[in-house]
Design a protein around this ligand. Structure first.
Ligand SMILES: [Zn+2]
Length: 208
């Protein structure tokens, strides 16, 4: 597997970037790995990086972006925070990754059995975590299909909130970052959502 260069990054379309992620996850769930020499990639990326993807995912120890998409060094800007929530610094990081460095796809990735989403659904309050979990409340409010068991013990409710939380993050990126919204309008960037299943390693991408 070749390390991304300025040339490969420039010629890559957003659709192809999505395909690379899909193929990488396919390898992952089939326990296959692209032939990759990480130490060689240290060398190849020492003078510059040309990643093709920016991924906002949860800090969960099971959801490392490079592993679940079978990618190497210099491939992904990986932004990770509990519950894959947004803040201004993360938006700024995304603007750097997309506008300044030129990644072709921006993926917001939630995952099943997310402790942050479960905590939010249970209205957990603890120190600085309280404010972070409150960022997931709008997704809970928008989940209207579950009439009983609207808490963290109901996996259906939790997974619905997880999906809505991803979609709300995407909406917020478009609204709060004109830079990223413009890149998408110009079709230089694709913004997609997805959910990683911790039971089988599979990423389900939202329809785009
Ligand atoms: Zn999580």
């Amino acid at each position: 597997m070749r390390t991304h260069s300025k040339e490969t990054q420039e010629t890559l379309t957003p659709d192809l970037a999505l395909e690379i992620l899909k193929e990488g996850n396919e390898r992952f769930v089939n326990n296959l790995k692209a032939n990759r020499n990480l130490l060689q990639q240290v060398n190849e990326t020492s003078s510059g990086q040309f990643p093709f993807a920016t991924i906002l995912s949860c800090m969960d120890s099971r959801t490392s972006a490079e592993l679940i998409f079978d990618q190497g060094l210099g491939d992904i800007f990986s932004i990770r925070i509990a519950g894959n929530v947004l803040n201004d610094d993360i938006l700024g990081s995304m603007e750097y990754a997309t506008k300044a460095v030129g990644t072709k796809i921006l993926l917001v990735l939630g995952h099943t059995k997310c402790g942050a989403v479960i905590g939010a659904c249970n209205h957990v309050e603890m120190g600085n975590l309280t404010g972070l979990l409150k960022k997931i409340n709008p997704a809970m409010d928008l989940e209207t299909t579950t009439t009983s068991g609207r808490d963290g013990s109901n996996p259906v409710f939790v997974n619905n909130v997880t999906k809505i939380n991803v979609q709300l993050s995407i909406d917020q990126i478009r609204k709060d970052s004109p830079i990223i919204a413009d890149l998408e309008q110009e079709e230089k960037l694709k913004i997609v959502g997805g959910v990683y299943d911790v039971d089988n390693g599979k990423v389900t991408f939202f329809q785009v």
